[in-house]
Design a protein around this ligand. Structure first.
Ligand SMILES: C[S@@+](CC[C@H](N)C(=O)[O-])C[C@H]1O[C@@H](n2cnc3c(N)ncnc32)[C@H](O)[C@@H]1O
Length: 452
């Protein structure tokens, strides 16, 4: 790792504060937003790495100190232990111990406990192998996810649960969607090569998809500001073509009427419009601030849609009564399929949240179905690998709506591991067999309304 501009001890102070905030229920993204911009990337990287080892770090701390130290000290100690457990660790055990102790010495309230911190971290350095072996039998330490999450994956995906948990420990790849209205994918791959950014095309399920060999800031992507390309995972790139394939406007109408019911920040809205530039798209989101992000993304790409802040589950408040040809419901969910991108989510979620989320998804499906014309299609999507938010939801919907015909769709997309990991798991039948699957976990079900 390059020499940080901010001293490591200072980055550790900020990272420990971020981890303490996550423990108290705040999302990492929200906490980082309040940090000076220069510090953000470094702290985000360290906090994300630490959160991927958080189960193990807490179990190690219990081995080193049976009674939990005061929360700020505990967060700093667990932070240093978590970073020391990373593969490969960003810093040596010695550097981490030295800088964590320095962080404690320079922080009012922690100064007096710097000696205790030093003793714990030096002991970890000496007894590393034995201490790691001692916590390995604890599933939270072994898998670095809460126990309920591990048990749910075991139940939902008996053949794949280990691969799913291991994939959540990886750094996510950065995938792009080329705006084919502005030029071909091949031409963009050449532009990337000229910019010294190594990349390859995604498989046949992603005609506009590219994955970068290493993540890069969007400002470094050629033509980003001009709308040449967007950042979007391969799994998310499946939505728009799946919904639109072969669909024509009703009764010879000039344009397809499309509802994107939960649209912010607008990744899939934009893709819908890139594929059908003439479509009349209504993009809703209940969060007005997030609606601004839809508008910003569409403006960058030179696309137009009607964007409204509204609750999709209450059509009486926003629907003009004209049926839609297509509805995309990318519903709010646990985000369990993108755990590697947001490693705080696993520690923030409670199992009880799932029932509430499933109830919201069910309510949205029931409220939106009547807005679809006969022969129209609704695509239900979640970035979740839990069956309660995927297949069970789709099964319940079909049972409750006899006029819903299930069309072919990927169902649960279970991400594979990168090369070198366990054997590849299912990641969509249409993914190239020889290509390592890089997609997030997702669920897709597609329904057509039978003609009256
Ligand atoms: C998974 S995100 C959507 C991602 C988006 N489709 C994209 O591809 O960029 C879910 C969104 O649903 C919104 N949402 C949650 N409940 C809603 C509701 N009742 N009506 C409309 N939007 C809602 C959230 O604010 C959030 O922006």
């Amino acid at each position: 790792m390059n020499e940080p501009k901010t001293p490591l001890w200072q980055q550790l102070q900020a990272t420990a504060a971020a981890l303490q905030a996550v423990r108290q229920g705040q999302s990492l993204t929200a906490w980082l937003a309040a940090l000076p911009a220069a510090q953000r990337p470094g702290v985000q990287a360290l906090a994300s790495q630490a959160l991927r080892q958080w189960g193990r770090a807490q179990a190690l701390r219990q081995q080193l100190a049976r009674r939990a130290p005061p929360p700020p000290l505990d967060a700093l100690l667990c932070c240093a232990l978590a970073l020391a457990c990373c593969e490969p660790p960003p810093y040596s055990d010695f550097t981490l111990a030295d800088q964590a102790v320095e962080a404690a010495r320079r922080q009012r309230g922690l100064r007096a406990q710097a000696g205790f911190l030093n003793a714990c971290l030096r002991r970890f350095g000496r007894e590393r192998a034995a201490l790691l072996a001692a916590v390995q039998a604890d599933p939270v330490a072994r898998w670095n996810h809460p126990l309920w999450w591990v048990q749910r994956l075991q139940r939902d995906h008996p053949a794949h649960w280990q691969a799913l948990l291991e994939q959540a420990q990886e750094m996510p790849p950065m995938a792009l969607r080329v705006n084919l209205r502005q030029g071909s994918r091949e031409a963009y791959l050449q532009q990337l090569a000229q910019a010294q950014l190594a990349a390859r095309a995604l498989g046949p399920a992603h005609p506009a998809g590219i994955v970068l060999a290493r993540p890069a800031p969007v400002q470094a992507l050629p033509g980003f500001a001009q709308g040449r390309v967007s950042v979007q995972d391969g799994a998310a790139q499946r939505a728009a073509p799946l919904l639109l394939q072969g669909l024509a406007p009703a009764g010879g109408a000039p344009a397809l009427r499309v509802l994107d019911a939960c649209a912010a920040p607008g990744g899939k809205t934009a893709h819908l419009l890139e594929l059908r530039p003439g479509a009349e798209v209504l993009a809703l989101d209940v969060d007005a601030a997030r609606c601004a992000r839809i508008r910003g993304n569409l403006a960058r790409l030179g696309l137009a849609a009607e964007v409204r802040a509204a609750d999709a589950a209450r059509p009486a408040q926003w629907w003009d009564g004209r049926p839609f040809d297509a509805i995309l419901l990318d519903a709010p969910c646990s985000a369990s399929g993108i755990s590697r991108r947001h490693p705080d989510a696993r520690w923030l979620r409670r199992e009880s949240d799932l029932a509430a989320l499933a109830a919201t998804q069910r309510r949205l499906l029931a409220a939106l179905w009547p807005l679809l014309r006969p022969g129209g299609r609704l695509l239900y999507a979640t970035c979740s690998v839990f069956r309660a938010e995927g297949q069970e939801q789709a099964d319940h919907f079909r049972a409750a709506h006899p006029d819903a015909l299930a069309l072919p769709a990927p169902g649960h997309l279970l991400p594979a591991l990168a090369p070198g990991g366990n054997p590849a798991e299912k990641c969509g039948e249409d993914t190239d067999a020889h290509e390592p699957c890089t997609e997030d976990g997702f669920f897709y079900a597609l329904f057509e309304k039978s003609a009256a």
